[in-house]
Design a protein around this ligand. Structure first.
Ligand SMILES: CCCCCC/C=C\CCCCCCCC(=O)SCCNC(=O)CCNC(=O)[C@H](O)C(C)(C)COP(=O)(O)OP(=O)(O)OC[C@H]1O[C@@H](n2cnc3c(N)ncnc32)[C@H](O)[C@@H]1OP(=O)(O)O
Length: 236
């Protein structure tokens, strides 16, 4: 099952050693990205809000991409461009609750630069591992000076979901179990290190931990179950 990960990842728009979407005919998953690709607005690249740690981690892993062991995952907001057609063909009634679709965009990319979720993901095919470097901005505050638990959970869900999607295709989160061990300071860069632990039929079991950039502090741990969507089965 995991053998086709590299090919699947390429259809998701990732590039080895570069931050470009792929060329050629789009695969089913690549079409999620196709409209946004036109605007070439990859949000996973450094911007002035990134702190020193986040930049350093990004640069280190872009170097690791050069020998093909790691792959950079581009990331887009999908604002007004997400093609829902492929998703709707997956579900039996072919309908999504689309009242607000014209305004829809990816939650984690819906804040202005530096205010919300600043992050970049890399994938290691041989180890079935996805790593996310994340800096939470001031609009993600929970307890004063620290990240809101919901924001941490969101970023964990996105990282684990990406891991699961690379492994099997379109998935949804069935459960997510999180242990918050230490509060994460606003504006600090953290490392979300995730892996696919097991695949059983349509079930993908994934786990991760969240550490400080120097790896000394373990902030959070999580396990999750994702279910691969079954073509033709209604979600509602
Ligand atoms: C999606 C397009 C994205 C495009 C671009 C993406 C880009 C980047 C990726 C970012 C990743 C983001 C990740 C974010 C994901 C989410 O936030 S999803 C939102 C939250 N989740 C939901 O709303 C899901 C709601 N639940 C459901 O819709 C359904 O329950 C389900 C789809 C999860 C499963 O339903 P169904 O397909 O009918 O499966 P079942 O037949 O019920 O179950 C199959 C097997 O799984 C077991 N199972 C199901 N749920 C659970 C559970 N909660 N806990 C434990 N086990 C569960 C079930 O028992 C079956 O097992 P067996 O086969 O019988 O052994």
């Amino acid at each position: 099952m995991l053998r086709s990960c590299a090919a699947r990842l390429r259809t998701l728009g990732a590039g080895r050693g570069g931050a470009r979407p792929p060329a050629g005919n789009p695969g089913p998953a690549q079409r999620w990205f196709s409209s946004e690709k036109l605007s070439a607005n990859d949000r996973s690249l450094p911007n002035p809000s990134w702190n020193k740690d986040l930049r350093l981690l990004f640069e280190q892993f872009m170097k690791k991409c050069e020998d093909g062991s790691w792959t950079h995952m581009p990331s887009y907001s999908y604002k007004n461009t997400l093609s829902t057609q492929d998703f709707t063909t997956l579900i039996r009634d072919g309908k999504l609750p689309n009242k607000h679709l014209s305004q829809a965009q990816l939650f984690t990319r819906s804040y202005e630069e530096g205010l919300g979720f600043e992050y970049v993901m890399f994938y290691n095919d041989a180890e079935n591992r996805t790593i996310c470097f994340f800096q939470g901005g001031p609009y993600l505050q929970g307890a004063p000076g620290f990240l809101h638990g919901g924001a941490i959970s969101t970023m964990i869900d996105a990282t684990l979901g990406t891991s699961a999607m690379i492994a099997v295709g379109i998935v949804m989160t069935a459960n997510l179990n999180i242990t918050f061990k230490r509060p994460i300071p606003l504006g600090s860069a953290v490392v979300i290190n995730s892996q696919v632990d097991k695949i059983e039929g349509r079930k993908v079991f994934v786990s991760c931990n969240v550490r400080s950039a120097d790896e000394k502090t373990v902030y959070t741990e999580a396990t999750s179950l994702f279910i691969k969507l079954e073509p033709g089965k209604s979600l509602t």
